[in-house]
Write a protein that binds this ligand. Sequence first.
Ligand code: AMP
Ligand code: MG
Length: 327
Amino acid sequence: MKSLVLLVTALSFLLASGCSQDKPYRESRFLMGTLVEIAAYPDTNRVRTAVAEAYDRMEAIEAATDHRKEDSVLAALRRGERVILSGDLRAVFASAMMIARESSGAFDPTMGKVVSLWGFDMDTPRLPLEQELRNSLKTVGFEKVTLAGSIIKAGSPVWLDLGGVAKGYAVDEAVKVLKEQGASAGIVNAGGDLKAFGKKPGGKRWRIGVQAPDDHQELAGVLEIANGAVATSGDYERYFETGGKRYHHILDPGTGYPARSGLRSVTIVAFDCLLADALSTAIFVMGPEKGLELLKGRDGVHAVLVLETGEVLTTDGVGSEVGFERR
Ligand code: AMP
Ligand code: MG
């Protein structure tokens, strides 16, 4: 009888210790305008410290890429001053310019004045007057700007907005910190822009829900990835309604108005979250046809598009290279 009790105790201890080994350390913080959730394996003091450092890294990137503070580099650029970009700002800007060129300006990091006119990053967004939009559009144009070393050259003040890429970069950098500091696997999720790395105990792939546009509780589908990043741009993420119309935060650089390209959301799977983030915004503006064209020949990049009609389009690798269940 005694030995049976001992055996049962030993078994439950084994199960219990097995469980705690299998559980990640989890933490959430509000950063970059969204809830950032980190889960990292194994749950040790070292990994807990790594998570704190990953958040520090993201905070530093938020500070470098924030355009609202008057003492920031981006504010100086708006005043037409010559500034030297920090390593982070340079990296984010260079990638934003690359996607701007590749998308023929559907993604344009010089949309800052137009974005601030709408106020989507403030508590009180509003519909701008047409005249205001026309004036602000004069400051837009990535082709008027060049990067020389760590200096931005332009003939006139530059209104940068890096909101379409900065989160992706911050997620990639947070993952680098976690890996360097000893996490064996984990995920950094900044409000749906995320990157997963390593093998989870049990070897299961990461399951990532693709939200349905009109209902926070519903999913359009579930992706399954082994490693890599996922980012979504959707018209339901930030919007307001006035005069019976809905206005969302992804703007068409051609008109200054919210992009209406037949899409409700674009989800991109790529190795880097920076690329997934930039491409999702660009393709949202370009629409399904041109958007899918932009993805051709990019190895390891996949897309799930939710159309205004409710139809869900996927690229060839979805369902084979990455798992996908439609809902
Ligand atoms: P995301 O949610 O990643 O698609 O990024 C949207 C954010 O990017 C907006 O809140 C703006 O800050 C910025 N943005 C909006 N339209 C554009 C555009 N056409 N090109 C680049 N950035 C944009
Ligand atoms: Mg984006």
